[in-house]
Design a binder for this molecule. Structure first.
Ligand code: PMP
Length: 391
């Protein structure tokens, strides 16, 4: 059997692989602390569940009409983006997608021709380079300095931009580093990006999960020119603890959104119709549960970070958003006799029974990603085990 080359060359999601192995160990009765999760450990707020159930009861169980999203969901997205992101879009500039991941896939499929370069700052969310390759693009990864928490500056960005660049991918707050660009940092990048004929995909899936007064802005909000070239991607997955609902959205120039919508008619035929009704409730209903979750993540993130940097040889950017710490553990590798983050994560799981995601999956082999979407007790237990293991 000969499978298509695009699949043969595709890396399986490392985040899912680690959590699957940890789950298998747990099922075998082994006491594993998992920091692998890429999703909130909270349940979807009740009022959102009720809206989903009510939508099913009301018969919203047929195809999404249109496939690009029901009008109420598009209006809710416009309202959210205006209220929280100072971004003003009309419904024809919005698409509702079957997840944030699908929104990224549709953006790249709509913009990338074979050979076009996609600039991806490292550390990056695992799926960007794979999606770029799937659509025929050439991923070009570029890392910021560790002393700048890996955030790119104009000086880092300039050397990789060229007339081959079609798309720049921005993720703020970041998965996996947990760092967030300030509005000034975004403006500085925009000044460089404006010199080229390219688009920016701004993945803002963690925009509501920011901590310690960190300022956070949408890329498209920094200038008119940025707005004209940006596609803002988001989802209800993280903010509202709705990862299983597979409901996301994107907003940007109508021409790009139309192209994405056309592709959607030939792929998923749209997001699940009753989930779009739940999205309306999530975006326009009571936001108190979001603040409760945010405060809890903030507390956990600070605690995990403090405990990590107290371990000799461990450095870590302070998480200002999302729910991840991304420590540099490379100083411990030689002591442990491991060659890289894959071996490190495997040993840690087998010997200390703590699951982390190897940094190589995000482009930086000296690191590991630890999710603090886990209880304080689990965080303490896991860090105690890591500390003891690295002694
Ligand atoms: N972008 C980023 C940065 C993410 O971390 C994730 C989820 N891990 C996604 C997109 C995809 O989200 P969804 O579950 O809505 O597909």
């Amino acid at each position: 059997m000969k499978l298509a080359e695009r699949v043969r060359n595709l890396a399986e999601s490392a985040t899912l692989a680690v959590t699957a192995k940890a789950a298998r160990m747990k099922a075998d009765g082994i006491d594993v602390v998992s920091f692998g999760a890429g999703e909130p450990d909270f349940d979807t707020p009740q009022h959102i569940k009720d809206a989903g159930i009510a939508a099913i009861q009301a018969g919203h169980t047929k195809y999404s009409k249109p496939a690009s999203g029901i009008p109420a969901a598009k209006r809710a997205v416009c309202e959210k983006l205006a209220r929280e992101n100072s971004l003003h879009y009309t419904p024809n500039q919005v698409i509702i997608t079957a997840s944030g991941k699908m929104a990224c896939y549709l953006v790249m499929s709509s913009l990338i021709d074979p050979g076009d370069e996609v600039i991806i700052p490292a550390p990056y969310w695992v799926s960007y380079p794979e999606i770029a390759k799937l659509v025929g693009g050439v991923p070009v990864t570029v890392a910021g300095r560790e002393s700048n928490d890996f955030k790119l500056t104009p000086a880092d960005l300039k050397p990789v931009l060229s007339n081959r660049t079609k798309l720049f991918v921005l993720t703020s707050p970041s998965n996996p580093s947990g760092v967030t660009y300030s509005p000034d940092e975004l403006r500085a990048l925009a000044d460089v990006l404006h010199e080229y004929d390219l688009f920016v995909m701004s993945d803002e899936i963690y925009d509501r999960l920011v901590y310690d007064g960190q300022e956070c802005s949408s890329y498209a909000a920094v200038s008119e020119q940025a707005y004209a070239h940006a596609i803002t991607v988001n989802a209800v997955s993280k903010t509202y603890a709705m990862t299983g609902w597979r409901t996301g959205y994107a907003a940007g120039p109508a021409e790009v959104i139309n192209a994405m919508s056309k592709l959607q008619t030939q792929s998923t035929s749209g997001a699940v119709t009753f989930n779009q009704h739940a999205l309306v409730e999530a975006l326009t209903g009571d936001q108190a549960p979001v603040e409760q979750m945010r405060l809890e993540f903030q507390k956990r993130g600070r605690h995990m970070y403090e405990r990590l940097i107290a371990i000799p040889g461990v450095r870590c950017p302070k998480p200002t958003g999302a729910f991840y710490c991304f420590p540099n553990l490379s100083e411990t590798y030689s002591k442990l006799g491991v060659a890289g983050s894959l071996e490190f994560a495997e040993l840690l799981l087998e010997e200390a029974r703590v699951a982390v995601v190897p940094g190589i999956a995000f482009g930086l082999d000296g690191h590991a990603r630890l999710s603090f979407a886990a209880s304080m007790e689990q965080i303490d237990e896991g860090l105690t085990r890591i500390e003891a293991y690295l002694k």
